[in-house]
Write a protein of this length. Structure first.
Lengths: 143, 107
């Protein structure tokens, strides 16, 4: 419970996927594949490359590749700049792939939202809520 | 609910106040004097932080003689946990789509 009160808040989602790491790596790093499960993008697996993730709801995320270790790990910033500081979001997303006997263990950690930064904590929350609200709208329309 | 969220996030955004709250979470009920002894700020400053925490519902006070004892109210963190659950939900959905994609992809 005290996790919430630490300097950085992070969310971890893990899943065992019955496919080899090489195949998952392609889905994580090839723009036309990333678009199919995440968002439209101009991603390149090159450290320092700046790119955008564009949501169907019109939201744009500013990202920069921080680390690339083929078939093992990928890390990039996941920032949402908004003129209203309450909607700013600063975070880092890291994917880690670990081979298992039956496929690959995929782990995603999104961290950031340092509450010591003015507005960042509430901003991160507002940014995500906005995003979820829009996401829900989109999903409701497609159903 | 948005107001409850805002108060909670803003209250925990101050590092000194957060340290006081964490101490109460870790060590249980304490007096202002005990908290001040471990904090890097004066007793009036600690009292001010405790008042803010109390207003956000994060601590509860109990008077005993001339002493006031404070304790953490973990239930007040529920909106924060709810938010992280929703963020995790976003990624769970993305992972569902990723698995669908992997099933469709050539080896």
């Amino acid at each position: 419970m005290t996790k919430a009160a630490t300097d950085t808040l992070s969310v971890v989602v893990e899943r065992d996927i019955p496919f080899p790491a090489e195949k998952i790596w392609r889905a994580l790093t090839q723009p036309h594949l990333i678009e199919e499960w995440l968002m439209k993008n101009d991603f390149k697996p090159v450290v320092g490359h700046s790119f955008n993730l564009r949501g169907e709801w019109g939201g744009v995320l500013d990202c920069e590749v921080l680390a690339v270790e083929p078939n093992k790990s990928l890390s990039y910033t996941w920032n949402h700049t908004h003129e209203d500081p309450a909607y700013n979001l600063q975070s880092v997303v890291t994917f880690t792939l670990t081979p298992t006997g039956r496929g690959t263990h995929l782990r995603m950690e999104q961290s950031g939202f340092a509450p010591t930064q003015r507005q960042a904590y509430g901003g991160a929350r507002a940014g995500w809520e906005n995003m979820f609200a829009k996401l829900e709208e989109v999903l409701a329309k497609t159903e | 609910m948005p107001n409850a969220h805002d108060v909670l996030f803003k209250t925990l955004a101050d590092p000194t106040r957060r340290a006081i709250f964490e101490r109460l979470c870790r060590d249980g009920e304490q007096t202002v004097a005990a908290l001040t002894a471990r904090a890097k700020v004066s007793q009036p400053a600690v009292s001010k932080h405790l008042a803010a925490l109390k207003q956000a519902g994060l601590v509860r006070d109990r008077h005993e003689g001339r002493q006031t004892h404070y304790s953490a109210q973990l239930r007040a963190l529920a909106p924060l946990l709810d938010w992280t659950r929703r963020l995790a939900g976003f990624w769970e959905n993305r992972f569902d789509d990723l698995e669908d994609l992997l099933r469709r992809m050539d080896q």
